[in-house]
Ligand binder design. Structure first.
Ligand code: VGL
Ligand code: ZN
Length: 204
């Protein structure tokens, strides 16, 4: 059983959004093209309460892009983004959501960020995604979405560690690239972990 995991295709990660990823909206068409070719499709949604601890606005004297210690974990600070109830948190309207069997929100705990679709960054709480996929008989997962260097990377690393045969659909991802090359470095790290890249055209 093969599952497609679509990561965070939300307005705040699209051009014009609060945490815009260059060309991020190009991934929506890739997702739509891929979905019919999978046994199961799930999606994640970055879904922060107002005042989330990952927001630079909550830490006086800091700016987005800086690193702090957030309750014992290293935390990159971000602009306020994907706040529950705002348009920025919504999935892109062009995404064919009817094909998504289940949506997994994450990042609701103010005290800890959650890049992976499986666990928070401290691996203290699970979202239920692993149990869901295993319960559906999924053995292989393919990860795409935003952003390559954060939520895609950590979702794919966790999937591999959880024992799923895991691949990353490179043309279905775009990177934040806080530092130039972060996206490429993320793909290299994934490869090291046994997560090989694949192009969408190989799957359609
Ligand atoms: C993400 C930074 C902060 C992502 C989410 O979806 O990659 N990045 N929150
Ligand atoms: Zn976030």
């Amino acid at each position: 059983m093969r599952a497609l995991i679509i990561v965070d295709l939300q307005y705040d990660f699209m051009p014009g959004g609060a945490l815009a990823v260059a060309d991020g909206d190009a991934t929506v068409a890739v997702a739509n093209r891929l979905m019919p070719h999978f046994d199961l499709v799930v999606a994640t949604q970055d879904f922060h309460p107002p005042g989330h601890g990952s927001f630079a606005s909550q830490h006086a004297g800091t700016a987005p892009g800086e690193q702090i210690d957030l309750h014992g974990l290293p935390q990159t600070l971000w602009p306020d983004h994907c706040v529950q109830g705002t348009r920025g948190a919504e999935l892109h309207e062009a995404l064919e959501c009817a094909r998504i069997a289940r949506l997994f929100p994450k990042g609701m705990d103010t005290t800890v960020d959650s890049y992976s679709g499986f666990f928070d960054n401290g691996k203290r709480k699970a979202t239920g995604l692993a149990e869901y996929l295993k319960g559906e008989g999924v053995t292989d997962v393919f990860v795409m979405g935003l952003a390559t260097d954060y939520c895609v990377k950590f979702t794919a690393l966790d999937a591999a560690e959880l024992g799923f045969a895991t691949r990353v659909i490179t043309d279905g991802c775009r990177a934040v690239n806080l530092q130039p090359g972060d996206g490429e470095a993320a793909l290299a790290e994934l490869r090291e972990a046994g997560v090989l890249p694949v192009r969408a055209a190989e799957l359609c």
